[in-house]
Design a binder for this molecule. Sequence first.
Ligand code: SAM
Length: 243
Amino acid sequence: MPSKIKPAVLVTEEQPLEEQKLPQNWPEGITYLTDHTYSDAVTTEQKTALSRTLSDDATWIQVRASEIESPSKNVEIKVITDEKHPACGQRGIFAAHSLIPDSFILLYLGHVHTNALSDTDSKSDYDLNLDGELGLSVDGVNSGNESRHANDYRGISERPNAEFRDCYVQVPSARRAGGMKWERRVAIFVLSAGNAGKRKAGIKAGEEILVNYGKSYWEARKRIASFRHDEAMLKIASLALEG
Ligand SMILES: C[S@@+](CC[C@H](N)C(=O)[O-])C[C@H]1O[C@@H](n2cnc3c(N)ncnc32)[C@H](O)[C@@H]1O
């Protein structure tokens, strides 16, 4: 019988399929993205509101096009084999080299959708808020990049070493002055060194990159698990909440 698992597919406009490499350990059946894709429900107005023209006095975080690579040179996807790790058997992302505080690691890419129930996959574990005011989120459940494998620190480490931050990335635009515009994204950054400089070492090569999903993520997962009588998910969520 033919396998139901679809081979990994790559979506990129710039490079033909055979020239673009997939990251090592990329899961089968998940589309590897080098940029967002958009649901048909996202309006032109919402898309326009996600971009800005070049501005020298901008205070928001800017990630230059030259900093973005696909696959990322900053991380490696690994399948977790340590039985003590709460996500054993799943994947995680690990620093490919040492990363200094506040540095950009990689974009969180996926399918941008509206927060309407009809446009949302309520079962997704990979859905992230992109812009609450615009009512847009980005889901990495079926397509994304290495960032979809970032685990939460609970039960793995005492604290996270990275975080999601809102930022803007530079993209070419024939219509804008300067031939460039800035588009809203969410990305993973190394945590800052902290006032006492506790985290000044940043993330060492080989260390797992761990973020904080927020307690509400795990509480919601616990509620869903109880509702669905999903013992495995209930155990993971309960352990994470204890951790
Ligand atoms: C966005 S995915 C993270 C990547 C996932 N490990 C994978 O390989 O696709 C979120 C899921 O990862 C698992 N996970 C992440 N952090 C975890 C943690 N601290 N403890 C237990 N499971 C975790 C849970 O199954 C969660 O629903």
